[in-house]
Design a protein around this ligand. Sequence first.
Ligand SMILES: [Mg+2]
Length: 325
Amino acid sequence: MKTLGTLGEREAIRVIDRIVKSDVPVGIGDDCAAMDIGDKYLLVTTDMMVTKTHIPKGMGPYDIGWSLVAVNLSDIAAMGGRPLGVVTAIGITKGHPIDFLEQMVDGMNDCALRFGTSIVGGDTKEHEDLILCGTAVGEVDKDKILLRKGARPGDLIVVTGCLGRAGSGFFSLKRGLSLKEAEDQLKRPWPRIKEGMVLGSSGCVTSCMDISDGLSASIFELSRNSGLTHEIDYALIPKASEVCLAFQDAERQKDLVLNFGDDFELLFTMKREREADLAALSEQVGCPLTVIGKVTSGEENILIDNGRREKLENLGYEHFRIRKA
Ligand SMILES: [Mg+2]
């Protein structure tokens, strides 16, 4: 019997996509769904957190609440959207202290307010384990929406911020390395709302998504959506300073930067002729924007490492399949 374990999350989503019928402008398969509401699109996204797979030890209730809202807002950011509201559903045991609930909701509330929105509703149920579901709603002008598809050959591949910090935080918590900033990044992700809106308005971005499951998985996702191959240079990728503190071994460092995820940076492609605008855009959002490669029309996605060209492996995090070790 075929199980979800043999399919993996991405294929499972394709199964669902084959069944459901909808004619919205953007449906399953992008960071948010987009619905036509006149001169704008309404954006909707939902994301779950389950104790076993999403909540590393060391994350307190405040962090859990913050994270739930942040990961949902990150999907609104990936579409260039402005958040309008968040609802959260909470499955929780009757044994949880009231304090826990209060701190968790504090985290949700603070994150929503920090990014210009609020918690506008939700649901609470008794459950055998802590399980949370957030839903964020946003809006975007029709001509400013950022999609996973749209890249063209020659476009530059760009990333916000740096990669590997959340992953370093994960291993820091696991092994007691006390990499405080990295642990904070893992516990309280920072959705790139402002960055997404500025990029959407810039008119130079051709495709975009947030890096929730790792850079390699995101590159494959953009590549699948555009039908084009992507080529990235490992040396160009901005790496968090903690990566080399989390691991001495260069291969483990590389794995962390390429495959771990949870950084919630934006990965986008942009018109090559607009490269000179990057510095001004970066200044405007107060966040580094770094070119890490280009869109090509080759046979496969390529990683250039020390001048050597190799096939980029899609080793990002995928539910039902692999577990972060
Ligand atoms: Mg996403």
